[in-house]
Write a protein that binds this ligand. Structure first.
Ligand code: CO
Length: 329
């Protein structure tokens, strides 16, 4: 049986030093197995030791039938709004601490790094340092302030990732704040899928996919957000109202759906089948968002609950993730 690979899990290492300013994240230990990520004196997120304790992760993986986890940074630590040198320093701290966690089970925990994406040269420098140290890919936020993924310096970074044969996982973050999204975790339920949808359309309609190398391995969280469901609306706009939409791409958005990987953390067999129909059975990868509160447990449950042909199930559980990760997976 091929190894079951979960490409979307997060790490919050413990024991990072004071990052330098009062609003910076710090970890308040609430017990031996619980902590709170604090931003200054504000509670940001309660977490458990699954975030930093490899033994806890491995026990949960065994319980869920997961052989390998891709261990991604947690976006609150990106520091894209800081000076590039500060973000680079913070990235190095978290990247090195992440390796201490994944070194506990190097065959099962695959580390991805974070980079100071606001400065392409600094981002490449940190990426190269991390790949040399054992990281196997990079997670980026889906925007840097008002610059989206089709921003020229960010496209340069993506091109360099393709040249370096490094997989890129795009995670929504920093949703536009509005009090209307405060109740019921709407920032997560609506904001995150909308962020991802926005970024995929930036790449498609700007023509960025026409200019990026097809060898770039680009993955998107949460099933690519609302993109798959609304692809027809965007195609219709591209085909019939380019006078209004002004798209710069050679093809309608659906043409590029097969250029990206999307994870399976959509909780519904109907949604999973839509992902397969839009992106292709070779582009959907198991992702759970473990161990964060709205993640899927057991990880991979929706893939296992959906009626799929055996070869498709194998692709989603294992083979597509191997292709996404690249050499040596
Ligand atoms: Co996530």
């Amino acid at each position: 049986m091929a190894p079951v690979i979960d490409v979307h899990t997060h790490v919050v290492p413990s024991g990072w030093p004071d990052l330098g300013s009062p609003d910076d994240p710090w970890l308040r230990m609430d017990s031996a197995t619980a902590a709170t990520i604090m931003l200054g004196d504000r509670e940001f997120r309660r977490i458990t030791d699954a975030c930093w304790n490899a033994d806890t992760r491995l026990a949960d993986m065994d319980a869920d039938g997961i052989d390998v986890q891709v261990v991604l940074p947690t976006p609150v630590f990106f520091g894209y709004d800081r000076k590039a040198a500060d973000a680079a320093r913070i990235a190095a701290i978290f990247n090195d601490l992440t390796l201490e966690v994944t070194a506990q089970a190097p065959d099962r925990l695959v580390p991805f790094c974070q980079v100071p994406l606001q400065d392409t040269d600094a981002a490449i420098t940190e990426l190269d340092r991390c790949i040399a140290n054992g990281h196997r890919g990079v997670e980026i936020g889906n925007h840097v302030g008002d610059r989206d993924l089709d921003d020229a310096p960010i496209l340069d970074f993506l091109r360099r990732c393709a040249e370096h044969d490094v997989a890129v996982f795009v995670h929504p973050w920093d949703m536009a704040p509005t009090p209307r999204a405060d109740p019921w975790m709407l920032e997560w339920l609506v904001g995150m899928p909308a962020e991802t949808h926005l970024s995929l359309l930036h790449l498609a309609l700007s023509g960025a996919f026409d200019r990026l190398p097809e060898s770039l391995r680009l993955g998107f969280a949460h099933g690519g957000g609302s993109f798959a469901y609304w692809c027809g609306r965007a195609d219709n706009a591209w085909r019939h109202r380019r006078d209004l939409v002004g798209a710069d791409s050679e093809h309608p958005p659906s043409h590029y759906a097969g250029r990206v990987y999307v994870d399976s953390v959509v909780f519904s067999p109907e949604a999973l089948k839509t992902l397969i129909a839009v992106h292709g059975a070779d582009r959907v990868v198991l992702g759970s968002d473990y161990p964060f509160p709205l993640g899927e447990r057991p990880a991979g449950a929706v893939i296992r609950a959906t009626s799929l042909q055996a070869d498709q199930r194998e692709l989603l559980l294992s083979e597509n993730a191997k292709t996404f990760l690249g050499a040596g997976a």
